[in-house]
Design a protein around this ligand. Sequence first.
Ligand code: UDX
Length: 438
Amino acid sequence: MVAHRLTVIGTGYLGTTHAAAMAELGFEVLGLDIDEDRIARLAAGDLPFYEPGLPELLRRNLAAGRLRFTTSYAELAEFGDVHFLCVGTPQRQGENAADVSFVDSAIRSLVPLLRREALIVGKSTVPVGTAARVAGLIGELTSENVELAWNPEFLREGFAVQDTLHPDRIVAGVPSAAAEKILREVYAAQIGEGVPFLTTDYPTAELVKVSANAFLATKISFINAMAEVCEATGADVTKLSQALSYDDRIGGKFLGPGLGFGGGCLPKDIRAFMARAGELGVDQALSFLREVDAINIRRRHRMVDLARDLLGGSFDGRGVAVLGAAFKPDSDDVRDSPALDVAAAIQQQGGVVTVYDPQANANAARAQPSLSFAASTAEAARGADVTLLLTEWREFRDLDPEALGTLVAVRNIVDGRNALDPERWRAAGWTYKALGRP
Ligand code: UDX
């Protein structure tokens, strides 16, 4: 292996996973964040978010001395020759567009300190056109030979370690053969495993990422649109989805009907993509994404309506047990979480809501301080008039309807993720409702 020394700027989900995974592959890695508290925790082996397998990876590589953390750009510039940019690009307040100011400020902090040639590798999800602009900015900030590549990341929360060590593909927008050579050396382990390595220009690399997320979001909203039609006809969307999935051309992944998508990526990425298309004068090309977003949001309203109907038309003073707050299982992330949105809406309509999530209670309480939280399913469900399954954690899928039935006041359940067996719940005396099912 060529002994590149790697740095990672930004230690969120993406950066922390990338840093630990590259260290695991044998590289010396230095991670940087401007958040001192976060860096102190990471350096002590304390992962500030939930991600299965990552704490072990972090601690093993810290102990081996291959992975270190800093808040100093001077140290970073001195240490590395390949610098991965993993900062966040959140949705701008009150707008659809992405805020790329963290990308720019990282570049402005790092580049003037570089004293020898280097490759900067952007991994953040950015509006198409950003890489070319940032390459120009780098040229203004230094006379050293500093190149920029754009190498989008496709990792999923909950599978971040596996997705980073064994990705489906590696895509890199590269400005030169030299930059490509360095990236091939950095990713030699994955390429050696047969992972396809595709080099492109900058805009193609940027677009691969956002179009992948747009496609995934579209697939989910497609099946949820079918769920709306099922609801109007008495059809069962879970059977429909299953039948569609046997067609190889369609496939069953991301065809799970329910409360729809949330999280830090899909919702903001499709909105930023639409905003960028507008700026480029091709907004019509992506107008379908407005519908994808609208279908997704309508599922949350439908969920609230189903629960209210079960209670005879009003939440006033009624006990509502909410199972799940994270935007998906195996995550403690509540960004744009459908579950939390539904819980807050029901509380606003007068419901006495108690939320339990196996990992996300703390983050959910910070995001929605007015909600009440329980430490277990049993505690959340005690005395409830209706129980809502909103994030399909394993422990909720495995719930015993008999045992839960002894705790609640009324055996009413709405399955927001089509994760339960209706027959089993009905046999135990529950009134079972689900999205897209009769
Ligand atoms: C996503 C992309 O999958 C990943 O490639 C990209 O890098 C970042 O965005 P992530 O946000 O971690 O990853 O979550 P993902 O597993 O894609 O799920 C997104 C949302 O879709 C979740 O809220 C999930 O509950 C929902 N979903 C997923 C469905 O509603 N139905 C499905 O069939 C699949």
